[in-house]
Design a protein around this ligand. Structure first.
Ligand SMILES: C[S@@+](CC[C@H](N)C(=O)[O-])C[C@H]1O[C@@H](n2cnc3c(N)ncnc32)[C@H](O)[C@@H]1O
Length: 352
């Protein structure tokens, strides 16, 4: 998936191709200002105000208690960028905003937009990171309310990939036990349990995450099949031959190479023969020679971000498979996710 300047006409395509237009400004000024327009509009309730019917800018501003002129400008910016429709003098939701920007849509991302206000402030530290390389260690510095916003944000980018994982992961047919590491809300466990009727899942999470994570999971009515367990996977004992499946989604990017190697060994011990270890994450290129590989952009940008949040980063296929093979597991062909472009499932099985 591309980030930033996306040409709309042949002339714009030519201007980009021949380096005539200032792509760095589209990638920065326009991208960050529009990002903030979407975030501010969601926070102020502009999309919710259009939930039931189209409205004029004045009606939206009255309903949201926002400034009329600023509201009208924001609505026009959203319209120009295909986030809204407009008919007979009224702004209205379109397919995109109805699916992603209403708080009660199953696919909502409004909680993630809310958490991005915190992430926004963190990214202002990229200059410092570049100078001294020091991370901020996000899991040690989040405050109580930030933990809550973090967990709700994590919920939002999991719904579609959770369903895809459940269909494409190919678990052992009679899998009964799943350890889901750092799974927060437990949505991947819920999707897998719905697909594999004999499966029960334990979600291992940091204690600070559990109040909000438990609240999100409770809405799924799966308490008999998916349970939380407080712990830190870095020093937790995962046991011996207890699980048919161990899943770690969007977490290895917070760990360094040594931690990931140790984790793979613990996982290999905790798996039953024939069991499967699934790492799901954004994938980075393994060398600059792969820089133009499709799907490389997400992993490259997040690699910098996780250096800031955790002194770690995204990992390449060979790196993840090295941990798995060193732990005695047999790697499978990785599967790119369609619902999270740039992320993949990297699985390995324990020999029988
Ligand atoms: C980036 S989030 C990903 C959440 C979820 N796996 C997903 O894909 O939506 C990482 C999660 O792992 C948890 N986590 C971080 N470090 C952990 C650790 N050492 N042990 C267990 N959980 C951890 C965090 O609290 C957070 O919920």
């Amino acid at each position: 998936m591309r980030i930033g300047a996306g040409p709309e006409t042949v002339l714009e395509w030519l201007a980009l191709k021949f380096n005539l237009g200032p792509k760095p400004l589209a990638d920065t000024q326009i991208a960050f200002q529009f990002a903030r327009i979407v975030m501010a509009s969601a926070r102020a309730g502009l999309f919710e105000a259009l939930r039931d019917s189209g409205r004029t800018a004045e009606e939206v501003s009255r309903l949201c208690g926002t400034h009329p002129v600023a509201t009208s400008k924001m609505l026009d910016a959203l319209l120009a960028n295909d986030y809204l429709g407009f008919r007979r003098g009224h702004y209205e939701l379109n397919r995109l905003s109805r699916k992603w920007l209403l708080s009660d849509s199953p696919s909502t991302v409004v909680h993630k937009l809310d958490f991005q206000e915190i992430e926004w402030r963190w990214t202002e530290e990229f200059d410092r990171l570049l100078r001294d390389g020091t991370p901020r260690n996000m899991h040690e510095t989040l405050t109580g309310n930030e933990w809550r916003r973090y967990q709700w944000g994590m919920r939002d980018f999991s719904t579609a990939p959770a369903r895809e994982l459940a269909w494409r992961a190919r678990l052992p047919r009679h899998a009964r036990t799943l350890l889901d590491v750092g799974r927060s809300h437990g949505f991947y466990s819920v999707a897998l349990c719905r697909r594999y009727p004999e499966l029960k899942a334990t979600v291992l999470e940091l204690p600070e995450a559990l109040p909000a994570a438990a609240e999100i999971l409770a809405r799924e009515n799966m308490a008999d099949r998916v349970a939380h367990m407080a712990g830190n996977v870095v020093n937790a004992d995962l046991g011996t031959a207890v699980y048919d499946v161990v899943l770690i989604a969007n977490l290895v990017h917070h760990f360094d190479e040594e931690q990931n190697n140790q984790l793979a060994s613990k996982v290999a011990r905790a798996l039953r023969p024939g069991g499967i270890y699934i790492v799901l994450d954004a994938i980075r290129i393994s060398s600059p020679a792969e820089a133009h590989r499709p799907g490389n952009r997400l992993g490259a940008v997040l690699d910098v971000y996780f250096a800031l949040t955790s002194r770690a980063g995204t990992w390449s296929f060979p790196a993840i498979q090295d941990w798995q093979q060193a732990a005695g597991l047999v790697t499978r062909r990785p599967i790119w996710l369609r619902t999270m472009p740039g992320a993949a499932m990297v699985s390995a099985t324990k020999p029988r």
